[in-house]
Design a protein around this ligand. Structure first.
Ligand code: SF4
Ligand code: SF4
Length: 297
């Protein structure tokens, strides 16, 4: 069940890559810009800004998801949707879409191999992201095997929340890991992401001890997780785990904010704005001050 496939991606590991985004995530980070990844199944999204109120969706949907009140307001009962897609076919304006479709390994690989020349020239390859790829472990493993068989380099982006056994299975098939690290204080981490960071740190240290090639990815959200203690802890990890292949800062952006509304979902409360360049420079100075190794541009 994938919700996106991006060719020519430059931000998902070394070189030029094709990134496959799998649905399903055990975390729900307050700043997540991919809320369409959270649930494992397909889900409807409605963009009210392009709806013309033609009401074609009302007649098309047998589950009664779409209704209009006397004032002509369109209500969408997302909880009744069975993702059959009839309303999407009927909608003339593109106001409705489904996130998530079942794909075979073969059909995904048919797209991945098209950019083989770019991978070879840039040191790129396939990246499996999400969501959290290990939620669909069997598919993830099968896709990695297929890429390896095709001579294509593999990368997995993980939030770190998965059983150790899952990482043991990924390890021999994965050339590069992008491993997220989000907050250091355990209570804060749980409040911001819905999960514990103990498991994440345990998996990170274990993968590193196995010799995995890992880039640490740290989303930083001004006023939320860019406190001095967290930056100090990121720097400390970079000096503890000497085999890390770099530390990457991911500055907060607001690109995904509208998706929550389109999915009919409330967002975890987050009062943050995208950081100014001066704020980002301050993060880098602080990390450098604490001896951070391998900080990437
Ligand atoms: S781990 Fe990633 S996909 Fe999952 S909720 Fe957090 S930011 Fe979103
Ligand atoms: S079919 Fe599309 S444009 Fe017409 S009311 Fe439904 S969502 Fe709006």
């Amino acid at each position: 069940m994938i919700f996106d496939l991006q060719r020519a991606s430059m931000d998902d590991g070394p070189g030029i890559r094709t990134t496959v985004f799998l649905k399903g995530c055990p975390l729900h980070c307050a700043w997540c810009h991919n809320p369409e990844s959270h649930r494992p199944g397909p889900e409807l999204a409605f963009d009210a800004t392009v709806c013309t109120s033609c009401q074609a969706c009302v007649a098309a949907c047998a589950s009664g998801v779409h209704t209009f009140d006397d004032a002509g307001r369109h209500a969408v009962a997302f909880d009744r949707c069975i993702a059959a897609g009839a309303c999407i076919t009927a909608c003339p304006s593109g106001a409705l879409r489904l996130y998530g479709s079942e794909r075979s390994v073969e059909s995904v690989m048919a797209e991945v191999v098209r950019d083989r020349a770019f991978y070879a020239a840039s040191g790129g390859g396939l990246t499996i992201s999400g969501g959290e790829p290990t939620v669909q472990l069997e598919f993830c493993l099968a896709l990695l095997r297929a890429a390896r068989a095709a001579g294509i380099s593999t990368c997995v982006e993980t939030c770190g929340v998965a059983p150790r056994d899952s990482y043991a299975l990924l390890l021999p098939l994965t050339d590069f890991f992008l491993f997220d690290y989000k907050a250091t204080d355990p209570v804060r981490h749980a409040a911001l992401t819905g999960g514990s960071n103990e498991l994440i740190l345990g998996n990170l240290r274990w993968l590193h001890a196995q010799g995995a090639a890992i880039r640490l990815r740290c989303p930083l959200i001004p006023g939320v997780n860019d406190d001095a203690a967290h930056l100090r802890a990121v720097a400390a990890l970079s000096t503890e785990l000497l085999g890390l292949r770099g530390v990457e800062i991911l500055p907060y952006h607001e690109n995904g904010a509208g998706k929550y509304e389109r999915l009919g979902r409330a967002r975890l409360s987050l009062s943050a704005v995208a950081p100014l360049p001066t704020v980002q420079a301050g993060w880098r100075e602080m990390l450098a001050l604490h001896g951070c190794r391998g900080l990437l541009e």
